[in-house]
Structures are given as structure tokens and as C-alpha cells.
Design a protein around this ligand. Structure first.
Ligand SMILES: Nc1ncnc2c1ncn2[C@@H]1O[C@H](COP(=O)(O)OP(=O)(O)OP(=O)(O)O)[C@@H](O)[C@H]1O
Ligand SMILES: [Mg+2]
Length: 318
């Protein structure tokens, strides 16, 4: 794997305000990377810095190996950006908007109409392609803005709040599309979002930001391990050998050194162990104690739980 975006100790100052305060992370080719964080955390600012639309006040940035400020045109030739409030020409049709932007993005003239028709079709806008954009719904405009970001077949796609303000169906449609775009063609996606369910579904790794700093960067599983330093297992039992009562099993389980906590509800045993690596040994222990195991599920923390735990930690640290 190789990093297509590298941010090292990046700082962005707006007058007295430090919007980005020493941010370090990198994004690997082909992954969907999420930037999460409250309003004003610095997500949009980072998207603009990485694309060379703003100059950093300090630190080092590389996008596809290029310096986004001195080699901004080369960066933007390979990146597509969906901004927070995309501006489209309302008096033009969707098709004419795309033809115009395609020329601006230097799509080869002989390929242009083919690309325009392809993105209109992919985004489900082909039937309304000749209608004026002024008469489009918000979701249709959002899809058109995504189509525009994809016109020049960028290697990296930046999506700043792609489903904000969309109804659940349109949001689902856009999420499905992002998933498809990342899976096909190995495109890298950098997603800034407040929608944690969407991030959970789409992101391979995330950076959780607060006031221009990264509270954590990693896969949800890594973040979860760092936060709680333990793994919960749900073990479903058919029973205990010899018909022994389950409360006796529970007492025996609690006496096992690697078990931090245990509870029994009906025939379901919940266990807290130090790490996932302890699971095979734990299962062997249970079998030795006579447990007839039907199913073992490691319980995963949701991205929402991770997000709030990190933000709470940050508040306490202030
Ligand atoms: N051009 C600018 N001039 C002055 N301050 C700015 C500018 N752009 C951003 N900021 C400030 O930088 C901080 C980060 O803003 P940014 O838009 O990056 O946040 P965000 O994480 O995208 O927030 P949101 O979730 O609301 O979109 C905010 O305090 C904002 O006011
Ligand atoms: Mg923003």
C-alpha cells in the first residue's frame, strides 16, 4: 500500500484562530478514509488544503506526491471534489452544466460527451438531463454535483458531507454509489461527514477531529481496542455437560484469570477479556468447563460509541 495523501504536522491559521493545529495522517490508495468531528473541527479546511485551494501555515502536505500549492493543477487533475455547497448553473440543464465543467477540467473533447452521458446514467439523472437545474430537488442537485466531481475520472474523490440534507432514500442512494465507486476501480475516497452510521458503513479508517487536532486515527477496531483495552464476547450455550447449572459455570468462568468480567443471561454468557487474541484460549477454557458452545460473537463498538468516547475524553482533558 502507498499513501496518496500525506499530512504531516499541518497547521492552518486564520488570523488568530488555529483552525488546523498540527494534524498528521495519511490516506492509502484505494481506501475510504473518513474525517469525523463536530462543526468547526477543521474537516472542510483540510479538504481545501489537500487540494491546494488554501495554503497551509505550517507542516507538510503531499497529494499523489505533489505539493498542493506549487503543483496545484497537477493535484486537481487527479482529484474530484464535492464541496459543502456545490454551485451549479441553475439556468442550464444538467447536461450543459457537465459539458461546461468538463471543458474546464480539461476532459479531452472527443471523450467529453461520452463521459457526460456515462456520469448522468451512473447517477440516475439521464432522464432529467435536459431539464434546467433550477428545477431540480436538493438530492438531484447533490447527485449532479457528484457527477461533476467524477467527470474527469479522478483517482481521489473528496466528498464533503455528501448526504447532508438528503431524504433517507436519496442518502441511501448516494451511500450505495460511494461504496460502488470505491469498490470498482480502486478509487480513493476522502469523506467528511457527521453521519456516523454512513461512516461506519463506508470507511476503512477514520480520523476523529476536534478543534483542528486528531483525537485518534485508525480502523474502528483499532480505535475501539485503544479506548477500552478489552473485548466483549457473547457466548451462546446449549447447556453445560452433565446438566450442571449455568450459575456454577459462571462462578468457574469468573475464576479464570483472563476474564475481567462475566455475566449470564439465560443461556447466553457475556465475557470481557483483554484482547481478541485471548478468544481461542477462552473458548478452550469454556469447553474444558463443560460448556456446550453454539456461537461466539466478539461484540464490536459502533463508530458512534467510539466517536462520543473520544469527544468526551477530549472535553475532560481541557
Ligand atoms: N476562510 C476562513 N476564514 C476564517 N476562518 C475560517 C475560514 N474557513 C474556516 N474557518 C474557521 O476554521 C474552523 C474550521 O472550519 P471548517 O469549515 O474546516 O470546519 P468543519 O469541520 O468543516 O465544520 P462543519 O462540520 O461545520 O462543516 C472554524 O472555526 C471556521 O470558522
Ligand atoms: Mg465542513
Amino acid at each position: 500500500m502507498s499513501a496518496v495523501i500525506e499530512c504531516d504536522s499541518v497547521v492552518k491559521q486564520f488570523g488568530a484562530l488555529k483552525a488546523i493545529d498540527g494534524l498528521t495522517f495519511s490516506v492509502e490508495a484505494g481506501e475510504v478514509f473518513g474525517m469525523l468531528g463536530p462543526n468547526g473541527a477543521g474537516k472542510t479546511t483540510m479538504v481545501r488544503l489537500i487540494n491546494g485551494l488554501l495554503a497551509a501555515s505550517g507542516g507538510r502536505l503531499r497529494t499523489l506526491g505533489f505539493d498542493p500549492i506549487t503543483q496545484g493543477d497537477r493535484v486537481r487533475a487527479h482529484t474530484g471534489v464535492l464541496t459543502e455547497t456545490p454551485s451549479l448553473y441553475e439556468r442550464f440543464s444538467a447536461r450543459d452544466n457537465l459539458l461546461l465543467f468538463g471543458r474546464l477540467y480539461h476532459v479531452a473533447p472527443e471523450k467529453l460527451t461520452g463521459r457526460v452521458d456515462a456520469v448522468l446514467r451512473d447517477l440516475g439523472l439521464a432522464e432529467r438531463a435536459r431539464d434546467k437545474v433550477g428545477g431540480y430537488s436538493k438530492g438531484m442537485k447533490q447527485r449532479l454535483a457528484i457527477a461533476r466531481a467524477l467527470l474527469h475520472e479522478p483517482q481521489i474523490l473528496f466528498l464533503d458531507e455528501p448526504t447532508a440534507g438528503l431524504d433517507p432514500e436519496a442518502a441511501r442512494h448516494v451511500t450505495d454509489l460511494i461504496e460502488k465507486l470505491s469498490r470498482e476501480g480502486g478509487r480513493t475516497v476522502l469523506l467528511a461527514t457527521h453521519n456516523l452510521t454512513e461512516a461506519q458503513r463506508l470507511c476503512d479508517r477514520v480520523a476523529v477531529l476536534n478543534q483542528g487536532r486528531a483525537l485518534a486515527v485508525g480502523t474502528p477496531a483499532q480505535l475501539s481496542r485503544d479506548l477500552w483495552r478489552s473485548t466483549w464476547l457473547d457466548v451462546e450455550l446449549r447447556g453445560v455437560n452433565g446438566g450442571a447449572p449455568t450459575d456454577r459455570l459462571l462462578a468457574q468462568v469468573r475464576a479464570v484469570p483472563m476474564v475481567k468480567a462475566a455475566a449470564m443471561e439465560g443461556h447466553s454468557l457475556s465475557l470481557q477479556v483483554e484482547s481478541e487474541e485471548a478468544i481461542p484460549q477462552m473458548v478452550a477454557h469454556l469447553v474444558r468447563l463443560g460448556a456446550q458452545i453454539v456461537r461466539v460473537n466478539p461484540r464490536e463498538h459502533t463508530l458512534e460509541e467510539i466517536y462520543f468516547a473520544l469527544q468526551e475524553q477530549a472535553e475532560k482533558a481541557v
